[in-house]
Design a protein. Structure first.
Length: 843
C-alpha cells in the first residue's frame, strides 16, 4: 500500500518516453471507482475483432485512470440477468440479439457510435465493430480528461475515408522521415521480429478514428508485391485488424515490367489486356492474404514516377486499371492529383505555372473515374507550403470522388524540430468557400462528399511515424497527428479545443501546462509563417536539397516550379488571367474575381497571385518589403519566448519530456533567428531597400568569428551567403585539427547571455568549448544530426546553422573569450558569430 501511494505521489515526475502518446490513462485525481459500473460486457466476442480490442482497452484504461480493475464478461459465459451495472460494448445488431430488441438510438452510419453514460450502465454501441471501438476510445478520452458527466449522443464520421499515408521505403528508410526508421519495413521486407509498434500505432490511430493506412511510399517500389512481402503485409494487416485499421498499398505503375514472379511484361500500358490480367492476378493474390485490404494508392506521371501518359492513356484510364481490379474485392483506388512535369517547366515563360498543373492534367476527366476511385488532392496547388490557397481541383471535380491530402509530416514546416501546430492551417483550407455555381461550397463539404453528392470521400494525411519512442521525433508534434484524426472525424471542430483535449491527455491537468502549451501551439503556425515566408510567397526553404532551412534563391531558376520571380524591384507570381499564368481563372467566378485583383486579394496570398514591387503598400499600410522585415522579426520574437514559456513547466511535466521538449524549443528559437536573418538579408541585398527600423544587417551585440584572433581556423565564405552573419564563417584549417578563436570583450562588467552560432554538419561530431579567461563556461558536441532527426546537411548553410546559448555569464570588461573547436570527420568545427547579450536582448 505504502509503495502504491508513493508511486502515485511521484507519478508526475516519473520519466515518460512519449511512447504512449495520448493514450496514457494516467491516474485522474477526481476519479472515483465507486461511480463505475461493475464489469464490462463485450458483445461481439471474436477474439481478434475491434469489440474485443475495445473491451481490453476499456479494462486497461479504467485500471490506469481509476486504479481499479473491471472484469470483461462475454455473453457466452454468464447470465445477462445476473449482472449488475455494466459497460456494455458491441454493435447495435449484436446488442439487439443479446438483449432482445434494438436500442432506441439516433441513426448511425458506418463507423459511427452511440455513447450513453446516463444510467447505472454505460452503453457503447457501434454501427459496426469499428464504431464500437471508436465509442470506447471516446468514453476513455472523457474519463482520462476527468469528464465524468452524463452524456447520451451519437457520433458519425464526416467521411468514409480517414487514412494515413506512410512514405516508408522497403529498406526501412522513410521519405521525409524525421523520427527514425520504419516500424513496418527493414532490408527490403516486412519486419520479421515483433510488430509490437504496429499494434501500438493501431491503437493510436483507432483512438482518433483513422480507419486505413498505406504502409509504403507513394514513390513505390514494385518489390512490395513479392510473395514474401505479401505474406508480410498480411501480418501487418492482422496486427492492425483488431483496431479497425485496414491496410492499403502504394503501387508502382510499371510493376508489370519489374521482373516479379507474376510474369514479366514488356509493357505497363493500362489498356493492354495482359497488363489488366497481370494486375487482376496480383490483386486477387493479395486479397487471398488480406481479404479486407483497403485498396491502393497510386502516384503516376509525377516527379519521375511511371504512369499512363507514357502510353498516351489518360490519368483516369490509368486509375481505372486498378479500380477495376479492386472492385470485386470491395477495395478503393486512391489516385493522387499531385501530377506535374518537374522536368520541362520553364521560368522564362511568364505564363508557365506548376500551380496550373492539377486542373490541366485532370481537364476532361471529371466523371471518367470508376465509382470505387478517389482522387486525392493536396490542400494547395503546389506542395504543403506554409500558406497556399485551397486547390481549385476541389471545385473542378464534381462527378469524381475526392479526398484531401494533408501532411502531419512537417516536411516544409520545420521537420518536427520546430513547433508548428497544423490544424489551424487545415481548418482555413477546409472552411474555404469555393462558391461553385454561386453556391456555398466549402472544401470540407466537398471532401466529405456532401456538396457534390459523392459516395466516397475523405481525408489522407502523410505521416512519418518511425521507431523513435516519441513516434514523430517530437512530443509536441503529436498534437498534429491527434488533430488530424479529430478534424477528419469532424472538420467543423475547433482546433484549439482539440489541442486542449490533447494536452490534458498527454500532459495532465495543471492549468499552467494547459495555458502554456495552448499559447505556444496556437501561435506557432503564424510565427513559422512569419519567419519563413510571408504574403503567400511560400516557405522559402531549400527546395533543391533538404526542405528544412532557408534558401530563398533555390526557388527560382529551375523546373520545379516553386518560383517567386524575385528580382531587384519586384516579387511574386502573377497568376492573374489578365496578365499572368491564368491560375486564378481555375476557380469558380466569384473566387476568381477576388484573386484576380490586387485590391481584393488578401495580404497573406498577395505574392501567390500577384507580382508587385517591394514598395507596394499592403492593406495594413506597410510596404511588401517592410512587411517581410517586420514579420520575420515578429515571428522569431515569438519563437524566442517558447523556451522561456516552457521553462515554467519544470516539475509540472516529467523530466524526460520536459528536457527533450526544452531542447527542441531552444533549438527552434535559435533556428528562427537563422531564418529571420537569412530571409531579411537576402531581400535587403536584392532590393537595396533599408529596414525602416534599422534592424536588418545591424547587429550591435555580435562578434563575427572571422574578426576574432584565429589559430588553426580560417575564414570561409558561406553559400548561400545569407545563411552566415557577414557572409562568412570560420572553419578549422585542416582535418582533425583543433582551432581557437579568441577576443577581448569590450563590454561593461555585468551578467550576460553568451550565444554561439555554429554549423552542425552531417558526417562528423566536432567538439567545442567556450572559455572566459581560460576558464571553461561550457562545452558541446556537434551531434544535432543524431538528436534532431531533420534532413541533415553536409554543408555550412541554413540547415546546419544552429545556436547554443550559455545563460547568466558574469563578464568583466577586458575578459578574454575563447572558443576551442576540434574538427571531426568532415565537420571542421565551423563557427559563425558570438553574441554577448545583456539579459533580455536577442541578437
Ligand atoms: O513534396 C514532394 C516531396 C516528395 C514527395 C512528393 C509527393 C513522396 O518532397 O518527397 O514524394 O512531394 O507528395 O509525391
Amino acid at each position: 500500500m505504502q509503495s502504491l501511494l508513493l508511486l502515485a505521489a511521484v507519478g508526475l515526475a516519473a520519466a515518460e518516453t512519449g511512447i504512449k502518446g495520448w493514450l496514457r490513462y494516467a491516474p485522474v485525481p477526481s476519479a472515483n471507482a465507486s461511480s463505475l459500473p461493475t464489469n464490462i460486457i463485450s458483445l461481439n466476442a471474436s477474439s481478434n475483432g475491434p469489440v474485443h480490442a475495445a473491451a481490453v482497452e476499456l479494462q486497461n484504461g479504467v485500471a490506469g485512470i481509476f486504479n481499479h480493475s473491471l472484469n470483461v464478461l462475454y455473453p457466452t459465459s454468464y447470465q445477462l440477468s445476473n449482472t449488475g451495472s455494466s459497460i456494455v460494448i458491441g454493435t447495435v445488431a449484436e446488442y439487439a440479439n443479446t438483449f432482445g430488441g434494438a436500442p432506441k438510438i439516433p441513426q448511425l452510419e458506418d463507423d459511427g457510435y452511440f455513447l450513453n453514460t446516463t444510467g447505472s450502465s454505460v452503453q457503447i454501441l457501434g454501427h459496426n465493430e469499428r464504431g464500437a471501438l471508436y465509442g470506447a476510445f471516446q468514453y476513455l478520452s472523457m474519463l482520462a480528461q476527468g469528464n465524468f458527466s452524463e452524456v447520451a449522443y451519437a457520433s458519425n464520421p464526416s467521411a468514409p475515408i480517414r487514412w494515413v499515408n506512410q512514405w516508408d521505403n522497403l529498406d526501412g528508410s522513410i521519405e521525409r522521415g524525421f523520427a527514425g526508421p520504419s516500424i513496418f519495413w527493414a532490408n527490403g521486407t516486412v519486419k520479421v521480429n515483433s510488430l509490437d509498434r504496429v499494434t501500438q500505432y493501431g491503437r493510436l490511430l483507432a483512438s482518433i478514428g483513422v480507419n486505413g493506412i498505406i504502409i509504403n511510399n507513394v514513390n513505390a517500389n514494385a518489390s512490395a508485391l513479392t510473395p514474401q512481402n505479401i505474406e508480410g503485409i498480411g501480418r501487418i494487416a492482422d496486427t492492425f485488424r483488431p483496431y479497425g485499421v485496414r491496410v492499403g498499398l502504394a503501387l508502382n505503375f510499371a510493376s508489370p515490367s519489374a521482373n516479379l514472379v507474376y510474369g514479366n511484361l514488356s509493357t505497363f500500358d493500362p489498356l493492354d489486356p495482359r497488363v489488366i490480367d497481370w494486375w487482376q492476378n496480383v490483386t486477387d493474390t493479395i486479397y487471398a492474404t488480406v481479404p479486407d485490404m483497403a485498396g491502393y494508392l497510386v502516384k503516376a506521371n509525377s516527379e519521375g514516377q511511371p504512369g499512363p501518359l507514357t502510353y498516351n492513356r489518360t490519368l483516369a484510364q490509368g486509375a481505372n486499371l486498378f479500380a477495376n481490379a479492386l472492385q470485386p474485392h470491395g477495395g478503393t483506388l486512391v489516385f493522387r492529383a499531385f501530377v506535374y512535369d518537374s522536368v520541362h517547366l520553364n521560368e522564362s515563360v511568364w505564363t508557365e505555372d506548376r500551380a496550373n498543373a492539377a486542373v490541366q492534367f485532370f481537364t476532361g476527366l471529371d466523371g471518367k473515374f470508376a465509382e470505387n476511385a478517389v482522387v486525392q488532392i493536396k490542400y494547395g496547388p503546389i506542395d504543403f507550403q506554409v500558406r497556399e490557397p485551397a486547390s481549385p481541383l476541389f471545385s473542378y471535380l464534381q462527378n469524381t470522388s475526392t479526398a484531401i491530402e494533408l501532411q502531419v509530416t512537417q516536411e516544409y514546416l520545420g521537420q518536427q524540430c520546430h513547433l508548428v501546430y497544423l490544424p489551424p492551417l487545415w481548418k482555413e483550407i477546409l472552411d474555404f468557400d469555393m462558391r461553385t455555381n454561386h453556391t456555398k461550397s466549402l472544401v470540407r463539404d466537398i471532401v466529405t462528399g456532401k456538396r457534390f453528392k459523392r459516395p466516397l470521400s475523405g481525408y489522407a494525411a502523410v505521416v512519418n511515424v518511425g521507431t523513435n519512442d516519441t513516434w514523430l521525433g517530437s512530443h509536441l508534434s503529436m498534437s498534429n497527428l491527434y488533430g488530424y484524426g479529430r478534424m477528419a472525424w469532424d472538420p467543423t471542430s475547433d482546433p484549439q479545443s482539440i489541442l486542449e483535449d490533447w494536452v490534458r491527455l498527454t500532459f495532465g491537468f495543471d492549468p499552467t501546462v494547459m495555458s502554456t502549451i495552448t499559447n505556444m501551439s496556437m501561435s506557432s503556425w503564424p510565427a513559422y509563417e512569419n519567419y519563413t515566408g510571408n504574403l503567400g510567397i511560400q516557405t522559402l526553404t531549400d527546395i533543391l536539397y533538404t526542405h528544412f532551412g532557408p534558401n530563398p534563391q533555390s526557388q527560382d531558376g529551375n523546373p520545379w516550379g516553386q518560383w517567386t520571380r524575385a528580382d531587384g524591384h519586384s516579387i511574386g507570381m502573377d497568376r492573374t488571367v489578365s496578365n499572368g499564368t491564368g491560375f486564378s481563372g481555375q476557380y469558380p467566378a466569384e473566387v476568381a474575381a477576388v484573386y484576380e485583383n490586387i485590391s481584393s486579394t488578401p495580404d497573406n496570398l498577395l505574392l501567390w497571385f500577384h507580382h508587385v514591387n517591394y514598395t507596394t503598400p499592403l492593406k495594413s499600410g506597410e510596404t511588401v518589403i517592410q512587411h517581410f522585415y517586420n514579420a520575420h522579426y515578429e515571428g522569431s520574437n515569438t519563437a524566442q519566448t517558447y523556451p522561456t514559456q516552457w521553462s515554467a513547466l519544470k516539475g509540472k511535466v516529467d523530466a524526460q519530456r520536459y528536457n527533450e521538449t526544452l531542447f527542441r524549443l531552444t533549438y527552434q528559437a535559435g533556428h528562427s533567428l537563422v531564418w529571420r536573418d537569412a530571409i531579411t538579408n537576402f531581400y535587403h541585398n536584392l532590393s537595396g531597400i533599408a529596414d525602416t527600423q534599422k534592424r536588418v544587417g545591424n547587429h550591435p551585440y555580435r562578434i563575427e568569428a572571422e574578426s576574432m584572433n584565429l589559430t588553426n581556423y580560417e575564414p570561409y565564405t558561406v553559400s548561400p551567403f545569407e545563411t552566415a552573419s557577414n557572409f562568412t564563417a570560420i572553419v578549422t584549417s585542416a582535418n582533425a585539427t583543433t582551432g581557437t578563436a579568441s577576443t577581448m570583450l569590450n563590454v561593461q562588467s555585468g551578467t550576460y547571455d553568451v550565444a554561439v552560432n555554429y554549423y552542425d554538419l552531417y558526417g562528423g561530431k566536432a567538439q567545442y568549448s567556450l572559455a572566459l579567461n581560460n576558464k571553461q563556461i561550457g562545452a558541446w558536441t556537434g551531434n544535432l544530426e543524431d538528436v534532431l532527426g531533420h534532413t541533415p546537411s553536409i554543408y555550412l548553410d541554413g540547415h546546419s546553422a544552429a545556436r547554443i546559448t550559455f545563460r547568466n555569464v558574469t563578464i568583466a570588461k577586458g575578459d578574454v573569450l575563447k572558443i576551442t573547436g576540434k574538427a571531426d570527420g568532415v565537420e571542421p568545427a565551423p563557427l559563425d558569430y558570438i553574441s554577448v547579450l545583456p539579459l533580455g536582448v536577442v541578437d
